[in-house]
Design a protein around this ligand. Structure first.
Ligand SMILES: Nc1ncnc2c1ncn2[C@@H]1O[C@H](COP(=O)(O)OP(=O)(O)OP(=O)(O)O)[C@@H](O)[C@H]1O
Ligand SMILES: [Mg+2]
Length: 505
């Protein structure tokens, strides 16, 4: 591609305490280019983009960006307003929308004063509709954002950036929460926008989409840029090698004879306040030595199903059994003492207390464990020790166990939660999107641990949007759609994909 540069990061470094999160990273972006930024969890991807967007002040280095006359000029560092004005739009790893405002209000929030919305509404709407038409990012502008699906929310985030005339769009793991179909659609839209001159940097752990949709790939490891390659010259093996410096291991699932039933749900109906919060006459059973995969596009009842199994909600009809015991009053305590280990979907809400230290979070569910507690008192040293060992065993990387957990990178928070669950050797694991946001190595580690648990006799309910993951791990597969759950005998990707989209052929 012989297009001009629109952005240059020059030798950017950022240190947090003893962590060198970015170490002299230099990279260019061309007009109309789609650049994929890859690297293991904690490699420094989000930090680099946060410097570009002015959230963090670089310790070293500078940023050049093209101006209206196509000249490369310095960008004021550490100044989000300057980044916005220079045409940089960022969609964060976690959404930042106001749930009670409409899509239209969210898109204009921050660029139009609210009073102007009244008088300019027609103009504003026209501008947005034009952007929607050009980009293909369809959303209903009048609906409160809280009622939109994740895919739609993401589109609103991008529209918001485009509304501010972004010419460089940064997407931090944009497809982590999307289904394969939604992800494909998003990238097709992005491709269309690059024809208009938009340049894109996206962070992803999914090699399939990186290979299909990017033009160039940059790899970070331990804060340093360790590789750069044109996508047409790359394949999965080459990239995995650049990321971790070794070949990825292949997972093997041996056939096992299943044992007794661990959990059964019979004819459960749960009426929530909307379709995505309801279950309609579902039944399932999971046995010892078995992974039951629940495939489906999120928002089709998976969260309620997970809440039900966690003892957080009650069915209107139907029966829950743990082993052969009927559970009449489900509660989180009842489920935990029955040996259910839970990997929650929303790790920021349900998994971790960000203000508490990594060590405190590590023992959160083991407060009575004699390894960390004696006569009702927490043993600080023992706790630190325990947490350090846990982090080591599960490869949780970060500033250290005495620091607040919110300082961990997205993927490392997830690893900490997983460590906590696996460490207790649960008899049944409810894993809701367990590898979302994990890098290749960490994801295959988790998959291996889930299989190990199954091999030692545990049952696993794996709720995942990642169909490849479901196919790799599951002994049996069910598809969830619109609050209904159906077992499928097929192992065909396309066929299951159709059922996930509600098409019954
Ligand atoms: N505000 C902060 N204070 C201290 N350490 C931080 C801070 N922000 C990030 N770090 C550390 O910097 C390193 C890089 O983190 P970053 O979030 O950039 O990783 P990442 O590549 O985006 O990882 P992931 O794929 O898990 O999202 C990590 O070790 C992280 O713990
Ligand atoms: Mg990140």
């Amino acid at each position: 591609m012989s297009a001009k540069n629109v952005l240059s990061l020059l030798s950017l470094s950022k240190r947090f305490g003893t962590t060198l999160a970015n170490d002299q990273v230099t990279l260019d972006l061309k007009r109309g280019e789609i650049l994929a930024l890859l690297g293991e969890n904690g490699a420094g991807k989000t930090t680099l983009m946060n410097m570009l967007f002015g959230h963090y002040l670089p310790d070293e280095g500078s940023i050049l960006i093209s101006n209206a006359e196509d000249k490369m000029v310095p960008l004021t560092p550490g100044h989000p307003q300057a980044a916005l004005a220079a045409g940089i739009g960022m969609v964060h790893q976690h959404f930042t929308l106001a749930e009670n405002l409409t899509a239209l209000e969210n898109i204009t929030l921050g660029s139009e004063p609210l009073w102007a919305l009244g008088t300019n509404k027609v103009k504003v709407r026209e501008k947005i509709e034009k952007i929607i038409k050009r980009s293909g990012l369809k959303v209903d502008l009048n609906v409160a954002v809280g009622r939109l699906s994740v895919g739609e929310k993401q589109r609103v985030e991008i529209l918001k950036a485009l509304y501010r005339d972004a010419k460089i769009l940064v997407l931090d793991e944009p497809t982590a929460v999307l289904t394969p179909q939604e992800a494909d659609l998003l990238f097709k839209n992005i491709q269309a926008m690059t024809l208009d001159g938009l340049s894109v940097i996206f962070i992803s752990h999914k090699l399939r989409e990186v290979l299909e949709f990017s033009h160039r790939i940059v790899v970070l490891r331990n804060g340093k840029k360790v590789g750069e390659i044109l996508t047409c010259d790359a394949d999965e093996k080459i990239i995995a090698n650049m990321m971790v410096g070794e070949d990825a291991k292949v997972l093997k699932r041996t056939k096992l004879k299943v044992g007794q039933s661990l959990l059964s749900l019979s004819a459960i109906t749960l009426k929530g306040n909307s379709l995505r919060n309801s279950l309609s006459d579902i039944s399932l059973v999971v046995h010892e030595h078995e992974v039951l995969g629940v495939a489906g596009v999120s928002g089709n009842g998976q969260s309620v199903l997970a809440e039900l199994i966690s003892g957080l909600s009650f069915p209107n009809l139907g029966e829950i059994k743990i082993g052969s015991n009927r559970i009449d009053k489900p509660s989180p305590m009842a489920m935990i003492s029955a040996g259910i280990g839970r990997i929650p979907e929303d790790r920021h809400r349900d998994g971790i207390v960000g203000s508490m230290t990594v060590a405190e979070n590590a023992i959160l569910e083991s407060l009575n464990d004699p390894r960390v507690q004696r006569f009702g008192f927490l043993r600080q040293e023992a706790m630190t020790d325990y947490a350090e060992k846990l982090c080591e065993a599960y490869d949780v990387r970060g500033p250290g166990v005495r620091f607040p957990a919110r300082l961990l990178s997205g993927g490392n928070i997830q690893k900490l939660i997983l460590a906590r669950v696996f460490e207790k050797l649960p008899s049944l694991i409810l894993a809701n999107q367990p590898t979302r946001g994990l890098d290749l190595g960490a994801a295959s580690d988790v998959e291996r641990r889930l299989l190990d648990a199954r091999n030692r006799g545990a049952g696993v309910i794996l709720i995942s949007e990642d169909l490849d993951e479901i196919l790799r791990l599951s002994d049996r597969i069910m598809v969830m759609y619109s609050g209904e759950l159906k077992e499928v005998s097929s192992r065909n990707r396309e066929e299951i994909g159709m059922l996930m989209a509600g098409k019954n052929k």
